[in-house]
Write a protein that binds this ligand. Structure first.
Ligand code: GAP
Length: 452
């Protein structure tokens, strides 16, 4: 079901996914803080990406380069001259806009007359060391990509890689965006997951196609509905200065189709520029074809925050439940912030020791939450709303037969399984990996029921 942004912002705040930054001081616009659930969701997104892009592949290695880089980097990359948006000011209300957002030629807020466009560089500047002058100016990186390019030779040599191979990096980036908004979609501080994939020039087009498919499928495997995703090729006049061609994977956000990830064919632009500006030869000797050349680069570049927003929006569902509406986040189990909730049927003191025992055991294996406040029905709803795939309930019967109930978020079906950690852990692991709930391990005394 489609959810509007306001509802999502409110859920995120209410449940502790995402808060406005510096809220007690009135907030800092377009900066966001991830609360206890948000930080788990983000970690899970990054972990899923790293696993699929680095761990499970033999042709990509990781890197964590520093945010502050030699200022020449950004001259070579073209960011000092070229990383700018045209900006206009409203002469009436003084609001500042990206020229792209004022297509009608009048202020979108008050209809006032606009100034001529001026270029505005999006890089944040700061000073390096104690002297605050021009020579000490450094930038907060606007992309993680350049940290990869300047380390290309060191990584290739130490990791003993041959082309084709890639370098992956996850990290913060900063852009002094002129207009922001749409929650975490466009912020001034955000996290990126980038791969620079180095290939032999005459294979670059084939690799571009490969990465379009690979990256599209990554989102659908993690639960995003195919109909909410599309590929869009950049028109010639919207290509970034470094790109020979570029595609966006777009998601159907509440404000319309918008970029989730960019996949660019960067040619040899970056390695050529860094060779020229650093004086270091970054060419590659190809032992197979006995020739030396500058590798071409295919770059899948994704935003962690935009992905988080898309995963949340896509997972949101509402369904009638008796006289109420059940809100469910149908997050993929790999992404769900809490995997298992431990819920004693009530606060009755005879139930608590076993419930706390199960909690102590399970939290060594999964991110778990213990909750004994309010009725069991309300607690199930709370877990549904934050996307917890399974709850484990301890009731009076459990004290007699040492079995507990596992309740599934999506179907609300329940099974009974022995409470012992080995058994419970194995069963939950299987269910979290996609085994249907009604596949019961052999030899147990299980029953199937529905939430009553
Ligand atoms: N190195 C290539 C590059 O930086 P980009 O299209 O400018 O490409 C890549 O950025 C991704 O980073 C975008 O697809 C988006 O997911 C994310 N991103 C870019 N600017 C952002 C912002 N201001 N706030 C949140 N995410 C942003």
């Amino acid at each position: 079901m489609k959810v509007d942004m306001e509802k999502m912002v409110s859920l995120c705040k209410r449940r502790g996914f995402i808060f406005q930054s510096s809220e007690i001081y009135g907030g800092l616009s377009s900066c966001w803080d991830y609360g206890p659930l948000g930080v788990e969701l983000k970690r899970n997104i990054k972990e899923a990406w790293w696993r699929a892009m680095v761990q499970e592949r033999e042709d990509i290695v990781g890197l964590d380069s520093s945010i502050l880089m030699h200022p020449k980097t950004w001259v070579a990359s073209g960011h000092v001259d070229g990383f700018a948006d045209p900006m206009v000011d409203c002469k009436e209300c003084r609001q500042r806009w990206r020229a792209d957002d004022t297509k009608d030629g009048r202020c979108p807020d008050c209809g006032g007359e606009l100034t001529e466009p001026r270029m505005f560089n999006l890089m944040f500047k700061t000073f390096f060391g104690p002297v605050e002058d021009e020579t000490a100016t450094v930038y907060l990186r606007p992309e993680t990509a350049q940290g990869i390019f300047v380390n290309f030779a060191s990584v290739m040599n130490t990791a003993r890689k041959k082309l084709p191979f890639g370098i992956a990096q996850i990290g913060k980036a900063f852009r002094n965006e002129i207009t922001t908004g749409n929650f975490i979609f466009r912020s001034r501080e955000f996290e990126m997951m980038e791969i620079e994939f180095f290939v032999k020039p005459d294979t670059a087009d084939a690799w571009l196609n490969y990465w379009l498919e690979e990256r599209f499928n990554w989102y659908t495997k993690l639960g995003i509905k195919g109909e909410n995703l599309r590929l869009r090729q950049h028109a010639k006049d919207e290509l970034a200065h470094y790109a020979r061609s570029c595609y966006d994977i777009e998601y159907l956000f509440p404000m319309g189709w918008a970029e989730l990830e960019g996949i660019a064919h960067r040619g040899d632009f970056d390695l050529a520029q860094h060779t020229q500006f650093s004086g270091k030869d970054l060419s590659y000797f190809d032992p197979d074809s006995n020739e030396r050349y500058l590798p071409y680069v295919i770059e899948p570049s994704a935003g962690v925050d935009r992905s988080a927003l898309a995963f949340l929006l896509d997972a949101y569902d509402e369904e009638p439940d008796k006289d109420e509406i059940r809100v469910v986040l149908r997050l993929h189990p790999d992404l769900a912030p809490i995997k298992v909730a431990i819920l004693p049927l009530s606060r009755n003191e005879s139930l608590i020791p076993m419930a706390r025992d199960v909690y102590a055991d399970l939290r060594k294996c999964f991110v778990t939450q213990f909750d004994d406040a309010q009725s069991i029905g309300r607690r199930y709803r709370r877990q549904d709303e934050i996307g917890t795939p399974f709850s484990v309930t301890i009731d009076f019967q459990s004290l007699e037969d040492n079995q507990v109930t596992i309740r599934e978020r999506d179907s609300m079906k329940q099974i009974r399984v022995p409470r012992y950690i080995g058994e419970l852990k194995r069963t939950l692991e299987a269910k979290l990996s996609g085994e249907p709930l009604d596949v019961l391990p052999p030899g147990g005394s299980y029953w199937l029921g529905f939430e009553g």
